[in-house]
Design a protein around this ligand. Structure first.
Ligand code: GLU
Length: 295
């Protein structure tokens, strides 16, 4: 008997700032198929890092929607709101070893600089009060590899910027939390939308600071409306119709350019996903964004 031992661990990491929409389904499905087609684990992490931007009830609604679509995750859901201690622990270690520093620069100043921070507060002994924390970014790496898109080049000033790890308002920054969690959860490959492609460069280098091997990266095409805008919660994308999992999954498979079958709609949900896992072919995924009308 052929045994396949793999240690692939992937994840889907929604922010509860709204309900899942069709673009989120494409990302969730893409990461699910990639993990399951390699007999891997697929984890769900709730990125509830920013309470003011949270929508009441969204966490529960997102998890129920994933269940309605048959996208069952492995293990327990990890909540970033319960990980503050781990994030602070990393920051304290970096602050005490000059790998991070307090910064009191205003957004106005950074805008005047053209948007890229110039390291002004490093070595200035800025008070901790009302300050952000920035990384001492010693990386000059401007290139990383995406499993689908190939080599990704990032402008040098962006790649080497001392970016924010904790905001002035006391909230932990996405870049810090996501890397701390991907490392702690043993994620071997990050599959997500290509809107986060440049963030991945920053995260890639942050893994070096953690002395952890960075995961592989795979960025999926975005679903954009006919006027070219990304379907997103901010753009008021319609929530997924939880009564229509099968047609919407088939539509998401089409966006990912995956094999479908004319009788797929007659399958039960589990068999449909089983078919999709079995026929999943990463090389067929389009490299450019896909235009879709909502519903
Ligand atoms: N929480 C992010 C979002 O909903 C995704 C983060 C990630 O996949 O790393 O856009």
């Amino acid at each position: 008997m052929e045994t396949s031992i793999t240690s692939y661990t992937g994840r889907f990491a929604p922010s509860p700032s709204g309900h899942l929409h069709f673009g989120s389904l494409v990302t969730a499905l893409g990461s699910y198929l990639r993990a399951k087609s390699q007999q891997g684990k697929w984890l769900v992490r709730m990125e509830d890092l920013d309470p003011p931007r949270e929508m009441q009830g969204a966490t529960k609604h997102i998890l129920q929607t994933l269940e309605d679509f048959g996208l069952n995750w492995d293990g327990e859901v990890l909540y970033q709101s319960q990980r503050h201690e781990a994030y602070q622990h990393l920051l304290d270690a970096w602050l005490s070893s000059d790998q991070a520093y307090y910064c009191s620069c205003t957004r106005k100043r950074i805008t005047e600089l053209g948007g890229i921070y110039d390291g002004y507060c490093h070595h200035k002994n800025v008070s901790e009060k009302h300050s952000a924390i920035r990384l001492v970014n010693t990386e000059q790496q401007t290139l990383f590899y995406d499993e689908l898109l190939g080599e990704i080049h990032v402008p040098k000033d962006f790649a080497s910027e001392d970016y924010i790890l904790k905001r002035r308002d006391g909230l932990y920054a996405y870049q810090l939390a996501v890397v701390a969690d991907d490392a702690a959860q043993g994620i071997t490959e990050v599959v997500r939308g290509s809107d986060l492609l440049t963030s991945s460069m920053h995260q890639h280098t942050l893994f070096g600071k953690l002395k952890t091997q960075a995961p592989k990266w795979l960025h999926l095409p975005l679903v954009v409306s006919p006027d070219g805008r990304k379907l997103s919660k901010q753009n008021h994308a319609e929530p997924l119709d939880r009564m229509q999992p099968k047609p919407l999954l088939i539509k998401a498979l089409a966006v990912l350019n995956q094999p479908t079958s004319p009788d797929l709609l007659d399958f039960d949900l589990e068999s449909l996903l089983h078919y999709a896992v079995k026929h999943f072919d990463m090389t067929l995924i389009p490299k450019s964004n896909q235009t879709q009308r909502q519903n």
